[in-house]
Design a protein around this ligand. Sequence first.
Ligand code: UD1
Length: 417
Amino acid sequence: MDKLLIEGGIPLAGEVRISGAKNAALPILCAAILSDEPLRIANVPHLQDVTTMLGLLAQMGVAVSVDDKLGVKLNAAALNNPVAPYDLVKTMRASVLVLGPLIARRGEARVSLPGGCAIGLRPVDQHIKALQAMGATIEIEHGYMHARAPKLKGARIIMDLVTVTGTENIMMAAALAAGETIIENAAREPEVVDLANCLNAMGARVSGAGSDVIRITGVPRLKSASYRVMPDRIETGTFLAAVAATGGQVRLRETRGGILDAVLDKLREAGAQIEAATDSISLRMNGALRAVSLRTAPYPAFPTDMQAQFMALNSVARGTAQITETIFENRFMHVQELRRLGAQIEVEGNTAVVTGVDHLDGATVMATDLRASASLVLAGLIARGETTVERVYHLDRGYESIEEKLSRLGARIRRVR
Ligand code: UD1
């Protein structure tokens, strides 16, 4: 298993390109299922989760080709196996995103239940409830959801809670359903908007994405399209937090303001000077890093996927911060590891109280999930001496060439195989 060795304590400085968004690319790849014509997707990040999704689509009969610029072409004309097997779903929960498009296109889907996940229970009851409201019958047998619907019908769906992939699954199912579907209490994440834009490029009729009411008027078929995936706002936020925490300066290319304002606000509160443009974001750290309290919540509030990175940042900030996690029930696994580097963190229920210390000391730590891994890399960049981050495969699921990009900013980081 790969490890990352980090020699910390160096302020990061320079320029780096931000990749396409993992959480937009994954649903957009699944949208290809909805059509028997090709879908060309640009700016697809080179990540383990994307490879897993392409493998999943290929075993269903989708023709997949990848060009040298990481453009992906998918053609689901010969889709013949509407199944998402356990082996793939267990490694990537987002596999559940094939459920909606498969029923819409094939009238049938067999998708493994995701099962336990390191950061919490993460059920799929909202996906199931909404598809049933659209006329699907769904039986749970042998650990699989077996969904059938000769023709889905539009429905008014009120989500009990805000779910990102739930909203995306239903949007895709509704694109080919008979009549109008209204999703209320829909997720407003920018990745939901990106998927809606791609569906509309394919000829779908989706409006209201980005608000909490999305309307989809079903069409008989979707056609060929080309689409470019939006920048990754979590990768953007992670690099900004790393630079702020090490006291440096950076310009991030091919990303933009307006998709992570809650994160930028918190970085400013921490003492960073930020300029956000339409195709880049620059950050410069002036003076001392100040502690920032935060509470995770659905977009546009502070994202749960940035919580762990801000825990690392706060661990060396001046003052005390309260970090409350409201989305996932078990998302503080990085706390134990950060403590091993000398961070002072107390957890009470879903709130962590972080008291900034003068410095962290390098040590060996273990990554437990994707964003927890990112917080450990940040902590390693901050800490004095050498930090070894084990189980880097979590990081490879969601960050493209992270050690190369950080090296370009002057970090001393290398991968050991
Ligand atoms: C997506 C993101 C993930 C991010 C999360 C929250 C993708 C591929 N992943 O995950 O990076 O951390 O949003 O912003 O886009 N829930 C239910 N029943 C359901 C569905 C969800 O109870 O049917 C609960 C979950 O357990 C969780 C909360 O709702 O507590 C939010 O989950 P959800 O928005 O669905 O997360 P994902 O879409 O899996």
